[in-house]
Design a protein around this ligand. Structure first.
Ligand code: FE2
Length: 352
């Protein structure tokens, strides 16, 4: 089926006359340009959610081929409309757990982008790569485009892995990575925002069930640590992907002034989040810079336009949020949960 058919490009007699050759219709025209994600231009449909449901398989095929597809022309304007489009494309949406920054909820599984200072980039990452159950698919919709910057940029995780120094990649592949978190009320997601509850027993139950080591601190705050695979095999292609948040959540990715401020207040071990090698060794600033520059070399970006939709294979493709000015409203959903232990056991996960 052509992606353009129900959108009204073919109408009236012309549509009738071309139906006989419809099965020979060329594949949808996807704009492929260096440095940009693939972009599919469509005519504004009468009903975006019906369009999405009808073209689900074709769009998903594009995601399977490219790892990401930006759809321009749908004219998405309202959260309810976006929720219906996302449901048509992905079915049930996931409820986020272990968020590292607060989000506003617009509906079941439909969220605002993470609250994060507009002038600070969110570096490349794979959503919830530290969870045992991770989204296979990310869905983004732009309701309001920022003035400058603010792209949700993408990077191919297979290429990033190939580009890393062999020894470094092998070490992370062997040891995995460690995420440490300290929950407090001032910065990052609160206990309730991360776990869906601030009940101690329920939080402890969640941690035990999800291979997270935890310790309540004398002031009543929670410190956690979890070890995860840094390199995983894609569930469909079997290819190895650099899949983690080692760089993004590391202290050396923070703005130097912000890092200094946080270390002054909370101490070296009290940062809201930090990452280490899987054996617990700190990761040097030079390595974090290397990871971020490798991402930068593989980054593709296209500025958001209001109404855009973007689908991202969360295993194969990392995403970021660039610094911006102006009003930016991007809605986010996660779908198609994948259990890491099903296809790439971590030492912790397989212990259970
Ligand atoms: Fe993200």
């Amino acid at each position: 089926m052509s992606l353009q058919e129900p959108s009204g490009l073919l109408s009236g007699d012309r549509k009738e006359s071309e139906m006989s050759s419809f099965s020979l219709a060329p594949p949808p025209e996807v704009e492929l340009q260096p440095g940009k994600p693939p972009i599919l231009h469509v005519e504004p449909p009468g009903d975006a959610s019906s369009w999405a449901a009808e073209h689900r398989d074709a769009l998903r095929a594009q995601v399977a081929e490219h790892g990401v597809i930006l759809v321009r022309g749908l004219g998405l304007r309202e959260a309810d409309q976006v929720g219906a489009v996302f449901a048509g494309l992905a079915g049930a949406l996931m409820t986020e757990r272990e968020a590292f920054a607060p989000r506003r909820t617009h509906g079941p599984g439909l969220y605002s982008s993470s609250a994060w200072p507009a002038n600070q980039p969110m570096c490349m990452h794979h959503e919830l790569s530290y969870a045992l159950e991770v989204p296979g698919l990310m869905l983004f919709a732009c309701l309001s485009a920022p003035g400058q910057g603010g792209a949700t940029a993408v990077a191919d995780a297979e290429r990033v892995l190939e580009a890393l120094p062999t020894g470094l990649g092998e070490r992370f592949e062997r040891e995995g990575w460690l995420l440490t978190r300290n929950y407090n009320e001032e910065i990052g997601a609160s206990l309730a925002e991360s776990f869906g509850t601030d009940d101690r027993a329920a939080v402890e139950h969640y941690c035990r069930a999800h291979a997270i080591d935890f310790a309540w601190q004398p002031d009543g705050s929670l410190r956690t640590s979890q070890r995860r695979s840094a390199v995983v095999r894609h569930p469909l292609t079997g290819r190895r992907c650099w899949f983690n948040q080692i760089a993004f959540l590391n202290e050396w990715t923070l703005d130097p002034e912000v890092r200094e401020f946080l270390v002054d207040i909370h101490g070296e071990d009290g940062l809201p989040f930090n990452t280490r090698f899987g054996d617990g060794t700190p990761i040097g600033e030079d390595i974090v810079q290397l990871l971020n520059s490798t991402y930068e070399e593989h980054t593709r970006r296209e500025p958001w336009q209001a109404g855009d939709l973007m689908l991202v294979d969360n295993i194969r493709t990392a995403h970021s949020r660039e610094a911006f000015t102006g009003e930016r409203q991007v809605l986010v959903a996660m779908a198609e949960p994948q259990r890491l232990s099903d296809w790439c056991p971590t030492p912790e996960a397989s212990r259970r």
